[in-house]
Ligand binder design. Sequence first.
Ligand code: FAD
Length: 560
Amino acid sequence: MTEMASLPVFLVVDEDKSTVDTLVSDLERRFAADYRVVAATSPPTALDLLGALRDAGEQVALIISRESMQAMSGSELLGRSRSTHPDAKRILLVEYGDPQMLDRIAQGMAAGDVEHYLTKPWRSRERLLYPVVGQALAAWARHQSPGFQMIRIVGDRWHPSSYRLRDAMDRNSIPYGFYDRESPEGAELLGQLEEVPDHPVVFAADGRVLTDYTAADIAEAVGARIHPPHQAYDLVVVGAGPAGLSAAMYGASEGLSTLVLERWAMGGQAGTSARIRNFLGFPAGISGDELAERAFQQARMFGAEFVWVNGAAALAGHGEELVVTLADGERVTAGAVVLATGVTYRRLDTPGVADLVGAGVFYGSAVSEAPGLKDQDIFIVGAGNAAGQAAIYFAKSARSVALLVRGDTLAESMSDYLIKEIESIAKVHVRLHTDVAAARGDHRLTELVLHERRIGQEEVVPAAALFVMIGATPHTDWLPDSISRDRHGFILTGRNLPGGDSPGNRPPPLPLETSLPGVFAAGDVRSGSVKRVASAVGEGSVTIPQVHLHLQRQAIRSAG
Ligand SMILES: Cc1cc2nc3c(=O)[nH]c(=O)nc-3n(C[C@H](O)[C@H](O)[C@H](O)COP(=O)(O)OP(=O)(O)OC[C@H]3O[C@@H](n4cnc5c(N)ncnc54)[C@H](O)[C@@H]3O)c2cc1C
């Protein structure tokens, strides 16, 4: 294979030859040194070409396809390309002024087939074409094997602990290589060992081989900080999801000495989202890990210090001082603490579901998907108020909405006013005694197998989206009883605290302050919070003026 042929490929598809020629020439002008730009003037030719590139083992970095084509729409072509080149980034080319344009983009994004879009004509290459292509390429490059590998992991690709390690490396932006134990590289590395364990083995860049290890050992092997550099801080933030990163960035930027403790990976739940589409300022969305990495860099630039895989295990108030004990027993003191420990969504352990997350299957209500699901059949699993509200919301534009409920009534878990409203909407059907037995679809969700629990009957139904809303568990079990929580374990703050307005002789709690003075809560872990990235970021930032006020009051008390 020539050097030219081994460069990753950009594929451009349009039935209009002049557009193809312009696009190829504009892309080559900027990217020819690193990528090979190839073109197809019909969707069937494009699919054949993609098959041939896959068979030849060539990488496709980017596919740009026009939406309006006669043989097949661009979104369909991009969707089908996922089976041959799942890692390629997909850009839909739409005509400026096309009244259907926004619908087409939204539908493609909701299905997970389209990641970016371009409008034609792109008169200014610098402003309209190159930034979109550059953003797509940056996202693609983040998930390719890096040249330098800080660690090499050898394991069984499908072993859950292999997945967990890869997830942690990806989300913490650590350059690593993963080798299946059956691959030549994997077998060669394992050949150095006298005894090969069942779980993955980690080969560090400095020559150390870790066969029996903790998360902290691996963090140390990749040079991550696992011990706090100081013993006392103005502010300790627990959790490096969107709320914690925001509190850290604003705290550090406003002069507070700030420590962030994260027990697993930066970005929290948001870091697991392939595309966050409803965060202000990112019209084509941004991947959760990229957003987290940007926020982390920003917080670090302002001086926030981070400790990884050594999370908070205990918290206590001693007079004016707060003491946080880390998982390894170390202690740090803080003038104020922000709890941003988030939640874990209960997962639907059903065949097919895990593979289709983001491609028709969503955790939480993801209302931003509604425009892309216009006139489609939507299913919601859950019987709580959030599921009811989502059903009402989606019914405005969907063809049908089915609420799938395991039990025999909604009355135990949903407010009466919501039940009445749902009953009044003809498009919403409540299916009691019903489970999802399987989710199916080649590259996106197309059908569900529903199981009627009383009679044991299964039914296959067409489905464009499945929203799983079966609850979330807050990470609060490590907190002391002095931090009041609601009956589901979420942290109560401000006026929601019992006696919130007049708690004895202390000043009323600040809006995001918990029942332990100086301890604040932000993001999903807070009772009553809106479970979104933007809200978590907002709450994280809002804690900081309250932290300042608390520290000022503390200083006055100490002086007096
Ligand atoms: C798959 C998926 C897709 C989503 N997509 C969207 C979307 O498109 N748009 C949107 O607005 N929202 C989306 N959400 C919701 C959004 O991600 C959350 O609302 C948001 O991440 C909440 O941020 P947070 O910082 O409060 O908590 P989290 O993101 O949960 O972060 C909490 C962090 O705290 C850490 N932690 C927990 N306990 C401890 C401890 N004791 N010590 C140290 N660290 C600890 C955790 O490891 C985690 O990193 C999505 C959620 C999921 C799961």
